[in-house]
Design a protein around this ligand. Structure first.
Ligand code: ATP
Ligand code: MG
Length: 277
């Protein structure tokens, strides 16, 4: 498919889905209502560094958990149920008060920012559940995704429709009427409407068939090729690690194994304990 900015890094003339250097350490910081962002040059593009914390005043769920991803790369988090994968994603997105640790994105310490301010800094988050408005149309869902933008969103919407053509066909249909795989496309598309620099996906292939899973992974690779970093939790660990530049195995809120996707796939202990042999 030519002319599709998602399709291939080569000849990708339109990178407007990624805003240019919005969260640089100098210049126009977006309005903040929470804490402040601080310049933090160097290091990975995104890092949740030594994150410790839990829900409210409850016990810590995360214990010094560290996750990072480089620009345009794919990082995958795997681990058993209840390991804290979703909690770690929420911590990176600012939905958890960290007792220790920091989150830095593109040269800025954003640890004290609200989730909404993190969106303004270039984070897009697709939660594990309740990630679309089921009674709204597909197109209304995409419009909702762009709620923070004041500029023309039509170009981005067209890019989302090029990435997921079925959504264009069904744009007037209630999102709740779509299949599981199509709903996940709506959720990813909604997050892309903010032109994120980092896209966080919590189990994007949950409940979909292997074929739909493969297609979704292909689209996620396309998104990464446009320069967007992907931080993704996946239950289909083996398949997800195949496409991962970096992989994390979390166990009880701690980093158990870290490496490239290929390294984890080849690690006998990871295979035995987490990949079914
Ligand atoms: N909102 C919450 N309030 C209090 N505790 C929570 C909350 N959400 C999750 N937990 C607890 O945090 C721990 C980690 O849960 P989490 O959902 O992060 O795991 P997970 O690795 O994403 O699991 P799954 O694979 O089932 O999605 C669990 O013990 C869970 O009970
Ligand atoms: Mg989870």
């Amino acid at each position: 498919m030519s002319g599709n900015p998602w399709q291939d890094g080569r000849g990708n003339k339109d990178r407007s889905i990624t805003k240019s250097d919005r969260a640089g350490s100098t210049g126009d910081d977006p309005v903040r209502r929470g804490g402040k962002a601080h310049a933090a040059p160097g290091g990975p593009f995104l890092i949740g560094d030594g994150m410790t914390g839990g829900y409210g005043s409850g016990a810590d769920i995360l214990h010094g958990c560290t996750l990072s991803v480089e620009k345009g790369q794919i990082a995958v988090i795997v681990g058993p149920n209840g390991a804290g994968k979703s909690t770690a994603m929420k911590a990176v997105f600012g939905m958890l008060n960290l007792r220790e640790g920091a989150v830095r994105l593109d040269g800025t310490d954003i640890t004290d920012l609200t989730p909404q301010d993190r969106v303004a800094h270039g984070m897009g988050f697709v939660p594990q559940t309740h990630n679309i408005f089921t009674s709204m149309s597909v197109e209304e869902n995409l419009e909702m995704g762009a709620f923070l933008r004041r500029d023309d969103i039509r170009g981005t919407m067209e890019q989302v429709y090029e990435l997921f053509p079925i959504l264009k066909e069904k744009r007037r249909q209630a999102a709740g009427e779509l299949s599981g795989g199509q709903r996940q496309q709506v959720a990813v598309g909604r997050a892309l409407m903010t032109q994120p620099k980092l896209l966080m996906l919590d189990e994007p292939t949950a409940g979909v068939s292997p074929i739909v899973m493969d297609e979704l992974f292909d689209r996620i690779i396309e998104v990464a090729r446009t320069g967007i970093s992907i931080l993704m939790v996946e239950q289909n660990a083996r398949q997800a690690l195949e496409i991962a530049d970096r992989g994390y195995v979390l166990v009880q809120g701690r980093n158990a194994f870290t490496g490239t996707g290929q390294e984890l796939l080849a690690d006998p202990e990871v295979r035995r304990s987490f990949l079914g042999g």
